[in-house]
Design a protein around this ligand. Sequence first.
Ligand SMILES: Cc1cc2nc3c(=O)[nH]c(=O)nc-3n(C[C@H](O)[C@H](O)[C@H](O)COP(=O)(O)OP(=O)(O)OC[C@H]3O[C@@H](n4cnc5c(N)ncnc54)[C@H](O)[C@@H]3O)c2cc1C
Length: 649
Amino acid sequence: MTSTKDPNNEVSFAETAMRMGGKTEEEATRTGAVDRADDQVESMFAPQYKTVNSPIHKAVWDEKVPIELFTPPKISADDVSNPAMQKSIEALKKHRDAKDIYDEKGKVSEQVFKDLADAGYWGMLIGKNYGGQGATVIQFMRFLANIAKVDPTCAGLASVHGCIGAVDPVQSFGTEEQKKKFLPLLASGKALSAFALTEPCAGSDLTALRTTAVLKGDNYIINGEKLFITNAIPGRTVGIVCLIDGKPAALIADLPPEENEHFKVVTYGLHALKHAYNNGLVFKDFAVPKENLLIPPIGDGLTVAYHGLNLGRLALCATATGVMKVMLANMLPWAHFRETYGHPVDTRELVKRRIARAAALIVGSEALYQWGSWLLDQGYRGELECVIAKIFGSEAQKEVAIELFMKTHGGRSFLHGHMFGDNVHEFLAPCIYEGEGEMLGMAFFKSLAKAHGQKFFEPVGMALQREKIKAFNPTNPAHAFALRNELIPYAMWRAGKMFEGPDQHTIAGMNETLQDHINFALDMLRELPIELSQNMVKHQLKLADRQCRIADLSRRVQDTIIMIVTCMWAHKQEDEVLIASADILCQDLRRGLTGHRASDKYFRACSKLADMVIAGGFKDLQDVHQADILFPYQKKASAKEPAAAGSKS
Ligand SMILES: Cc1cc2nc3c(=O)[nH]c(=O)nc-3n(C[C@H](O)[C@H](O)[C@H](O)COP(=O)(O)OP(=O)(O)OC[C@H]3O[C@@H](n4cnc5c(N)ncnc54)[C@H](O)[C@@H]3O)c2cc1C
């Protein structure tokens, strides 16, 4: 990271545009605050790692798609099997087999926290010089996907602690003294952490934060209420985002071992993350030492929050990948055991399509979090890339759970003790936390379109103000003449796009089908900037209100990028099942982009992939624990399968 000028006090064009578009002063100011926070994060990165130089931004706006930036190296099993990782997995498997991961309250037990601490689990992302394991982002995320196959809540807690909790804020923004004070404790698990950002009045809209901190003597005195804070119980270490002099700030606070008159825990029933604590926190004149304030080189508390959220979003996708593997691995024995009309349901085309779709979503998710992690390891900001991974991972997990896993398990899905019924809220909640998917999709579009807007439309907007033109009409000669100097650069860009030749990348050794998907995506990437830009011209200052169009455009860019990332990743794996899964995902995405119907060839490809998965070809499912089939039964003698009484089949 590097720092340049502080955009703290600049009024962004987004803010000006909101005012010009007739928005209220409050909305314009708040939008400006979000935009500035984003600029501040951006200004910490060296030019080559900023959003405009990120793979997605370049792929959309540059003449050539930088395909090399979509090609992370293959990560082998050895890369994620350092002794601490191995010990952690073994410790967790031991508890899973003993069925004692959770205590009598159904929460991850203190013993599990301790055994994981002994294994080095809580220090994975912390540098070795502070007592941690010093894992790279890609190693950590790949490991997390493995942990999620054993216990998703423990994977989630590692993310809360290491990504959005206190670890990343202190490691990325702490002074040497703060690092020495907090990191060894956080690495050893003696301090476990949470991140307290959202409030009853502030979730999607973080400009609505109300919790305050006021410096009195050697302490900041905090007043306010936080809501939905995962892993927040007395005794934990919490990163608190609150307002100091009206600006968001991040303080690291050690919560007292028990509630007192300055600190109360608000409990409520919460269906999701049921094996972890999630509470509200009420602070009344709660004192935090002033040296616990994190001061980013540029920006404020939201800068700290957004930094950790990028990691958190990859972790969410990695965890979802592991969870989806568990669901697919548990669809197979059931679909093989269950017979209807004399045949196992896994011989049916409909069920095979579900198996293929699950494999496809897993591969897309795996590709996205590994790619995003690799980019963060190189120093990229990774905002766009992490957002895509978060949206895809959470939506894929929702689809696998509801459309594929639940439907295939039929009525048993709703029995107590069935993985679906017992965990349905766990499968859905990632669509909301760390940013609701559609809101993030709109933010994705905004980041993607920002530089183009600033370059070509901001001068036009300023000229409109200068010329006092309220509604710009490009076909009006008077308007065109008044704004000729501002319009010429855009006209030249637009003409250049029309004459741009096709971008082609022949990937050495790539299977023909995947290469065809790459070619399609590259063609899309020639059209998308024009589509995006046309909408900016069409809706002008009202574009911010055209949320459905923004969401639609965002979706189209995301799907195109997902195709490239998935193909490149699958190609590197040199595994026919993963390649076939990538093909199915790309066919699905292509149909979404073109509006075409599924062909018979596609259905045949699904069945073929499902047969390979059923035959054990999806290697990463092999170590997944398979739950007992509920209400097993003796099959009739004529049936092809022998009965598997009360057990796995
Ligand atoms: C299980 C769980 C764990 C969590 N853990 C943490 C944690 O550890 N720390 C923490 O700080 N927070 C945590 N959260 C909070 C979480 O980050 C928020 O719930 C999330 O960011 C959404 O905020 P909200 O619930 O206030 O939604 P709201 O702000 O109430 O928004 C609701 C919905 O309205 C729509 N909407 C809102 N604004 C707009 C707009 N401008 N335009 C169009 N549509 C709009 C969106 O669809 C949005 O999802 C957790 C939440 C859950 C459920």
